[in-house]
Write a new protein. Structure first.
Lengths: 97, 277
């Protein structure tokens, strides 16, 4: 089962690098989803490793929370795009000043 | 077996998300990762999560991503300008360090013998999950419903836009048209339909006004912007051919036939007709 966990770690790392390097807010969001999915893979793997279904239930809850998060997050991105005509994370910097 | 086929595909697609320019391509690569993950869930004895992953993630969430991409603009690509100097390089170094730490740490541990889900899944995976979900995790499950309602309301509030001006009704529009006619002489009726002319009824040919000039407003602005509108002189060339075939003297025709090659496809068909006759 170790290889599943390693794959999950690799995917999490890739998602992490994506969040830090990409500028488009939607792609940043996709990388967050990638990280959530990597965690889900680890949870399901541990469920099989330990022989109880708590891990799968946890993965299910992560999916629900991810769906809610995507809905609100994309609505925020839409609102920002409507007022600033840009989906870049660097352009929303007014709170700095 | 499925793991060793899917793992390289997933890692390659995930790396692709980092490097592709267009956000749509990133979304499609994310779909590859998510569907592969669904297959891995099936391998890991989680058939319920396999279905949920495909329906919720690839079906709903990715479609939502694509919808927003289409609304925001497909070509909203990344800027290469760094607002923090060296941020990209530092992020890559930090990410690689994190990955290195994780993978080495996971290489050190041994997970022991796999228990497997055969006992837990004995009465069916969905039934077993439902047993846990509605007994041990029932409070979390109910809280989830509150979360979902909050998210739906939040999305509606955020995406809703108040009208700053009242919507113009039919009476206001008609009054505006008459005002425009009074001030600038703009025709109050509908635009002329295109191609109302002897042998052409295509949308890319302009209608002719009574004085023989083309009515520019009769052709769609999209076609005009693309530059695929057929010109009036080319049409007049066609008229001359028809008149010659009919034996009417071409002297009465206004001299607009000075650009015979401007007709494009229509011109060549006119020539072939000429040869045939």
């Amino acid at each position: 089962m170790n290889e599943y966990i390693v794959l999950s770690a690799i995917l999490f790392t890739i998602g992490c690098i994506g969040v830090l390097t990409r500028r488009n807010a939607i792609v940043v969001f996709m990388c967050v989803e990638l990280m959530l999915n990597a965690c889900n893979l680890a949870l399901v793997t541990f469920a099989k490793q330990h022989g109880n279904l708590d891990g799968q239930v946890a993965a299910f809850f992560v999916m629900v929370v991810a769906a809610a998060e995507v809905v609100v997050g994309l609505a925020i991105i839409m609102t920002i795009f409507r007022t600033r005509r840009s989906a870049s994370v660097d352009d929303a910097s007014l709170l700095k000043y | 077996m499925a793991f060793w086929i899917l793992a390289p595909i997933m890692v390659a697609a995930a790396l692709g998300i980092l490097f592709v320019r267009k956000a749509v391509h990133a979304a499609l690569l994310l779909a590859v990762v998510m569907i592969s993950l669904a297959v891995l869930y099936a391998v890991l004895d989680a058939p319920f999560l396999f279905a949920v992953q495909i329906i919720v993630y690839t079906g709903a969430i990715l479609m939502l991503f694509l919808f927003v991409l289409m609304l925001v603009g497909v070509d909203a690509s990344d800027s290469v300008v760094e607002t923090i100097r060296g941020q990209r390089a530092m992020a890559i170094v930090a990410g690689l360090l994190l990955g290195g730490v994780l993978v080495t740490a996971l290489g050190q541990i041994t997970l022991g013998a796999v228990v497997g889900l055969d006992d837990a899944n004995a009465g069916g995976n969905v039934q077993a999950l439902a047993n846990i979900l509605f007994s041990k995790y029932v409070f979390a499950f109910e809280t989830t419903s509150a979360l979902l309602i909050t998210a739906a309301l939040g999305a509606m509030v955020l995406a809703h836009r108040e009208r700053s001006t009242p919507k113009a009704g039919q009476a206001e529009l008609a009054a505006q048209r008459m005002r425009d006619y009074a001030t600038s002489g703009k025709h109050p009726g509908p635009l002329p339909s295109p191609g109302v002319f002897a042998r052409h009824n295509a949308v890319d040919t302009a209608a002719l006004l009574p004085d023989g000039t083309a009515a520019e407003s009769s052709v769609s602005r999209v076609l005009a912007a693309r530059g695929t509108v057929r010109s009036a002189p080319a049409l007049a060339d066609d008229v001359e051919v028809v008149q010659r075939q009919l034996g009417i003297s071409a002297g009465s025709v206004t001299g607009a036939a000075d650009t015979p090659e401007g007709g494009g496809k229509r011109g060549t068909t006119a020539h072939s007709e000429e040869e045939g006759s």
